[in-house]
Design a protein around this ligand. Sequence first.
Ligand SMILES: Nc1ncnc2c1ncn2[C@@H]1O[C@H](COP(=O)(O)OP(=O)(O)OP(=O)(O)O)[C@@H](O)[C@H]1O
Ligand SMILES: [Mg+2]
Length: 504
Amino acid sequence: MSAIVEIQGIEKKYPGVVANHNVNLAIKKGEIHAIIGENGAGKSTLMKILYGMVMPDSGTILVDGKKVIFKSPQDSIALGIGMVHQHFMLADNASVLENVILGSEPTSFGGVIQVDAARAKLIEITKNYGLDINPDQLVAELGVGERQRVEIAKVLYRGAQILILDEPTAVLVPQEVDELFRNLKDLTSHGLTIIFISHKLDEVLSIADDISVMRAGTTVASVIPSKTNKKELAELMVGRELPKRREVSTKPGLEKILEIKDATYVTPDHREILHGVSLEVHSGEILGVAGVEGNGQSELIEMIMGLVKASSGNVSIMGHDISDSSSREIRDSGVGYIPQDRQRDGLLMSAPLWENRILGHQATAPMANGFWLNKAAAKKDSERIVVDLDVRTPSINVMAAALSGGNQQKFIVGREMADKPSLLIAAQPTRGVDVGAQALIWNQLIEARLAGMAILLISADLDELFNLSDRLAVISGGKIVAVLDPDKTTPEQLGLAMTGEKIA
Ligand SMILES: Nc1ncnc2c1ncn2[C@@H]1O[C@H](COP(=O)(O)OP(=O)(O)OP(=O)(O)O)[C@@H](O)[C@H]1O
Ligand SMILES: [Mg+2]
């Protein structure tokens, strides 16, 4: 097979950081080519260069053997390259169809947008590749997995032949991953080429035809799955042995920290999302919540955080009914919150990292000092987080946007655990972090649990749920359908419970 994309000697520097250095890569037509590497290794930067979003300082890109210079994504799209970003870029207040056609509206001679033709084309694409989306739904109503399918449809709509997917599976549950992989295989059998970034080595080994490894900005190896294994890949990425996870043994305490009693949530347009949910999380306990995305997890989190109000029933934290409290009051009462969408809800992207330490914590000590913000404390503690969570950044003064996705995530985890909350709501706490950082975050959660923190863990990662949870609550169709003991449950049983099947 000939190389459809060749990348030679790419260099890209940011202030204080070499993001890409002497990057060389050859992608064959019709293959699935995985790119792996630690957080901050330069994967997204390289993909943005290939997509024309970022200009390299030097180096060459060849598409179909011809040298190209992309000045913007329009140039790369014209050559059939499409990209789905690590962080989605959809307009919330528009429909799926509007989002798909945004920027490439089909017009008739009069300049009128031909919505019907566009809808027909989108429906054909979704049928061909089995992408389950509804063209007329509002994007704001979609879960992360659905948003991703919209992004993929959008790229295909523009006629992409080479698809770049930056961590597409980070946000998916196992069933959805299987579905995505079937879609990707389908696409390659139609002659499309897929470049795919992932931190999940099992996945990469199962789906990729070729694997390229990046470390510290440069390509260090290219291997094929049949000639390597997880351990070797991890060592190629990290250049050292991985930290081991600590064993948990002590029993959780008895003090009820979070108590949800018979809570329902009905949306303003009368959709009943949560039905009679009751849950308790005790001090020193990690309660895992497992479920296929879109089964009420987001609303459950929003209800606890005071972002939506329960329609009936109540939520209390340490014995205080917080059903009518504001989000601010709930946080200030000692609740840490790692949101699932880090860029939308977790960070001010254009503010320096140290200011992001204050975000959400501006009203209580140590970040607040009477009426004043304690900037010195924010800076000092940001330095500590950078060390404790191994956040790769040139300094705490750079904008949050300058950090790689995984490093942004590590910073948020550090911040939300910093003030030792009594309750931590951890939604997808290791989404998008590399294997080493995942072990680090798991250890931090386990240590906090041992110190008495109550943790509600919402995760799409079954390994994470099994490894960390003292108990596992399964949510399906907005109901808690089972509470399981992870030591007595197999992943298959959990999978069945998640899809609403009764466990035999
Ligand atoms: N716009 C930017 N300004 C400054 N520095 C940047 C910018 N974008 C990326 N960097 C830096 O370049 C390096 C590579 O980042 P990149 O996002 O490519 O990493 P990555 O391999 O995709 O990591 P992750 O797995 O965490 O997504 C990082 O050190 C990051 O901080
Ligand atoms: Mg990235």
